[in-house]
Write a protein of this length. Structure first.
Length: 296
C-alpha cells in the first residue's frame, strides 16, 4: 500500500479520549491531486482534513487544509494534528529537533515541539500577524444573530473582527450561562460574516467550568453549519484581541472549549511582544484515535 494513502485521525487539543477536535491527516500526501484531496475530505467528512506535502519555499513541510466543501488557507487544530500524526508515523522525530517551519496558503508559521512528555508532545504554532477589522458591530445585531439578550454581552470589551488567517468575530459574553445560551443560527451568522468579510465567530467569557483554566470559548462555523469543539486559529485571534483590549502585557492562557458538544478540549495560547510587535502562539497536544488506508 502506498504510504500516501495512509491516514490518521487525531483529536487535537483533546482533554481525554473522544475529546478535542478530530482532524484527518495524510502525513505523506505526495502525489495526491487537489481534486482527490477534496474528494477525500468529503469522504471522511470531518471539519478539516490536512495533507502534508513537500515544501515549496524553504519550509520543512507544506500543509493543505480541506473542509468537505473547499480548501482553506490555514487551520489551527489540523496543524496541531498534522504534526502529532507526523510524530506518530516517524516522519518527524525527537532526533530531528524541536523547531520547524510549515507553509500554507496563509504564509509560513513557526512550529515548536515540546518533547517533555514522550507520549504526549506539545505542538505550538505561531499565528499570522493579527489584523483588526474596521467593521462596527452593534450589540443589537449580535444579540439577534445568536438569539441572546443584549444584557448577555460584556460591555467592558468591544465586539471586534480579528483575522489571524481565517477571520473571526470576537464576542465577549458575561458568563458561562450567557455563553451556553448562544444559538447556532447559521444563516444569520453567514450573512453577518459576509458583511464583515470574516468567516467564523469566537464567543468567550472569563467564567470557566474548571477553575484552573482562564477562559471558556465557543467557535461557530457558518461555512459548515456546526460548532467546532476546539479552534486553534479562533483562540489565536481571541488572544490577539485580549492583548489589544484587555491585558497589555505578555500573558499565557489555558482555554477550555467543546464541553457544549461533549468534546472537551484545552487550548494553550501565549501573547508576547518582540521589537514592539505582537506575537501569538497556539498549542496543545492530542490523541491518535484512528489509523486507516484508502483502498481505491
Amino acid at each position: 500500500m502506498d504510504a500516501n494513502k495512509n491516514f490518521v485521525v487525531v483529536n487535537a487539543f483533546a482533554d481525554g479520549p473522544f475529546g478535542g477536535n478530530p482532524a484527518a491527516v495524510f502525513p505523506q500526501a505526495t502525489g495526491i491531486s487537489s481534486y482527490v484531496m477534496q474528494a477525500l475530505a468529503r469522504q471522511l467528512n470531518l471539519v478539516e482534513t490536512v495533507f502534508v506535502v513537500p515544501a515549496e519555499g524553504g519550509a520543512d513541510f507544506r500543509l493543505r487544509y480541506f473542509t468537505p466543501l473547499e480548501e482553506i488557507p490555514v487551520a489551527g487544530h489540523p496543524s496541531i494534528a498534522a504534526w502529532l500524526a507526523m510524530i506518530h508515523k516517524g516522519v518527524v522525530s525527537k532526533q530531528g529537533g524541536s523547531n520547524y517551519i510549515q507553509e500554507n496558503p496563509a504564509g509560513k508559521q513557526d512550529i515548536h515541539i515540546n518533547w517533555h512528555s514522550p507520549t504526549k508532545p506539545v505542538v505550538t504554532m505561531k499565528q499570522p500577524p493579527a489584523e483588526f477589522s474596521d467593521y462596527e458591530f452593534s450589540r443589537a445585531e449580535i444579540a439577534s444573530v445568536f438569539g441572546i439578550d443584549e444584557s448577555h454581552i460584556n460591555t467592558d470589551l468591544p465586539i471586534k473582527g480579528v483575522n489571524t488567517g481565517l477571520g473571526h468575530i470576537i464576542v465577549p459574553l458575561t458568563s458561562l450561562d450567557a455563553l451556553h445560551r448562544a444559538q447556532r443560527n447559521i444563516e444569520p451568522l453567514q450573512e453577518l460574516c459576509r458583511l464583515a468579510n470574516l468567516r467564523e465567530a469566537q464567543l468567550f467569557c472569563f467564567q470557566t467550568i474548571n477553575n484552573t483554566y482562564d477562559l471558556h470559548t465557543r467557535n461557530i462555523c457558518p461555512r459548515e453549519g456546526l460548532e467546532d469543539p476546539a479552534c486553534g486559529v479562533g483562540n489565536g485571534a481571541l488572544t490577539a484581541y485580549l492583548s489589544k483590549f484587555h491585558w497589555k502585557d505578555e500573558f499565557s492562557l489555558q482555554i477550555e472549549q467543546g464541553t457544549i458538544v461533549q468534546m472537551p478540549s484545552v487550548i494553550h495560547t501565549r501573547a508576547q511582544k518582540k521589537n514592539g510587535e505582537l506575537e501569538v502562539f497556539v498549542g496543545g497536544t492530542g490523541i491518535i484515535m484512528i489509523e486507516g488506508q484508502i483502498l481505491q
